[in-house]
Every structure is written in structure tokens, then in C-alpha cells.
Design a protein around this ligand. Structure first.
Ligand SMILES: C[S@@+](CC[C@H](N)C(=O)[O-])C[C@H]1O[C@@H](n2cnc3c(N)ncnc32)[C@H](O)[C@@H]1O
Length: 251
């Protein structure tokens, strides 16, 4: 039997890691690091810093693999399914070739594994194949949502209010009905701009928890262009952006 630990490592701050996750890191013999091979070197640097702090010195190996490409295509879900199948094949090869029977492998997941991350779906599919005896455990992490609300010193929900977590792509269809708070992740456009004039506040954060953190907040009507400009500036400075925001109906 091989064991696979899926460990949430927080969304950027090296101290946003739970005691339970730190203990799990210390159990691991082999870490699988899936590298995008692009300019996101700082994310990998954080992963390595976490290993140096919490994994057992001299007792673990690191196997780095290039993350497979997501194929371009009109249907987003189909292209993500293809990407996940490619990742599954890569993880299966790693489990077969780099982990001995009785050993423990670890996968570090950005933020928490339950939130906009496919690792659990992939590992579930691997473990379902009885040809491979794999036991897996999941360790929660601080999400980018928690990092964002803490950085802005705000609550996630209003009193007795409902919250929806969504993507920039979906927000383009408008503010969802029946909720007064929306958290938006994975926004490749400035989808918030479409909601100007709807009496909302915005709390935006980029690279939250890291040394590059940028925070902006206020009435959406006043802040939309400032945030769009800040996103543009951050993208040209760093070559990529990792940001989220919370929108709340004003009372
Ligand atoms: C694929 S999702 C992964 C989310 C992650 N599992 C979590 O628990 O936060 C990536 C998105 O999370 C958000 N994100 C992750 N880290 C962030 C950070 N440090 N600051 C702001 N947003 C972040 C961004 O919206 C980014 O596009």
C-alpha cells in the first residue's frame, strides 16, 4: 500500500499553514511538485520554503514534473477534463515509478484542496482503480478567501446573509440573485466593471499574504477603474496576477 497526503498550504503566506498540515509534511517521503514552468517562480519558492520549514530534513525526496497543458477549445469544461486526465496520468506515473510500497507521497495544494482545485477529483479517480493500492488523506489549508477577508479585516458574510463563491466568467452574467455577498476568483477579465451602478462595495486583493500584496477597497462605482488599472500594472510588473475580490451589496 502507498499513501498519498494532499496538503493545503495556504494561499501565499508561509505561516498560513495549520499545525496538522505541518505534521503531515513531516510524514512525507516523496513530494510531487507540479511546476507550471512559467514565470510563477515565486509560488514554487514558497512551496520550497514550506518544505524547508516543515518536512523532515534529510528524510524526503522531491520529484518535480512539468504540469501538462490545458488544451485550448471553446468548451471550458471539456478542456479542464482533458487537463485533469493528463494530470492523472502524470500522478499515476509518479506513484508507480517514484514511490516504494509502504512509502508516503505528498502533494502540496495552494490554499485549500476543496476550493477551485482538481487534485481531489484526480486522486479519487486514481484510488478508485483497484490495480493501484493507494490510501489518501486530506489536510485543509487557509484559502485565499480567508486570507483576503483577514487582510481587509472584514467578515465573509453579512449578518444572517448568504454568500456565493464564483468565477469571473460567471460574474459576467450579473450579480447573483438571493445573496448579498459574492466572492470572485479566477477573473481573467475585469468582470466587476459590468456591475458598476448596482450599489456594491468591493474588497480586492492581489498576491494576498505575499510580500507583493496589494489591497484596494471602497464603493465599486468609485474603485472599478482604479482596480482595473492596478491589475494591469501588477500584471506588467510581475508578468502574471493572482487576485480575488469580495462584492457586497451596500445597506
Ligand atoms: C485555482 S484557484 C485556487 C484556489 C485555492 N485552492 C484556494 O484555496 O484559495 C486560483 C485562484 O485563487 C485566487 N487566489 C489564490 N491565491 C491568491 C492570493 N494569494 N491572493 C489573491 N487571490 C488568490 C485567485 O482568484 C486565483 O485565480
Amino acid at each position: 500500500m502507498k499513501t498519498l497526503l494532499i496538503i493545503g498550504i495556504g494561499a501565499g503566506h508561509p505561516e498560513h499553514i495549520t499545525v496538522q498540515a505541518a505534521r503531515a509534511l513531516a510524514r512525507v517521503d516523496v513530494f510531487f511538485l507540479m511546476d507550471k514552468g512559467d514565470h510563477k517562480g515565486k509560488l514554487n519558492a514558497l512551496r520550497k520554503e514550506i518544505l524547508e520549514r516543515h518536512a523532515t530534513p534529510g528524510a524526503y525526496r522531491v520529484v518535480e514534473v512539468r504540469q501538462p497543458e490545458r488544451p485550448a477549445g471553446p468548451d471550458y469544461r471539456t478542456s479542464v477534463n482533458t487537463l485533469n486526465a493528463r494530470k492523472q496520468a502524470a500522478f499515476e506515473r509518479l506513484l508507480d515509478d517514484a514511490v516504494a510500497d509502504g512509502e508516503c507521497a505528498g502533494v502540496l495544494v495552494w490554499g485549500d484542496p476543496s476550493l477551485y482545485d482538481s487534485t481531489l477529483r484526480i486522486v479519487e479517480a486514481i484510488a478508485a482503480n483497484s490495480a493501484r493500492a493507494v490510501h489518501y488523506e486530506v489536510f485543509p489549508g487557509v484559502t485565499s478567501i480567508q486570507a483576503l477577508t483577514a487582510a481587509h479585516r472584514i467578515t465573509l458574510n453579512s449578518i444572517a446573509g448568504a454568500v456565493q463563491i464564483t468565477t469571473g466568467r460567471r460574474l459576467s452574467a450579473g450579480m447573483p440573485e438571493g445573496v448579498d455577498t459574492v466572492v470572485v476568483m479566477l477573473d481573467a477579465q475585469d468582470s466587476f466593471k459590468a456591475l458598476v451602478g448596482q450599489n456594491l462595495d468591493i474588497y480586492w486583493g492581489a498576491y494576498v499574504g505575499t510580500a507583493d500584496e496589494v489591497l484596494l477597497s471602497g464603493r465599486l462605482d468609485d474603485m472599478a477603474q482604479t482596480i482595473a488599472d492596478a491589475r494591469q500594472q501588477a500584471r506588467s510588473q510581475h508578468g502574471w496576477i493572482m487576485d480575488s475580490y469580495l462584492l457586497r451589496r451596500r445597506v
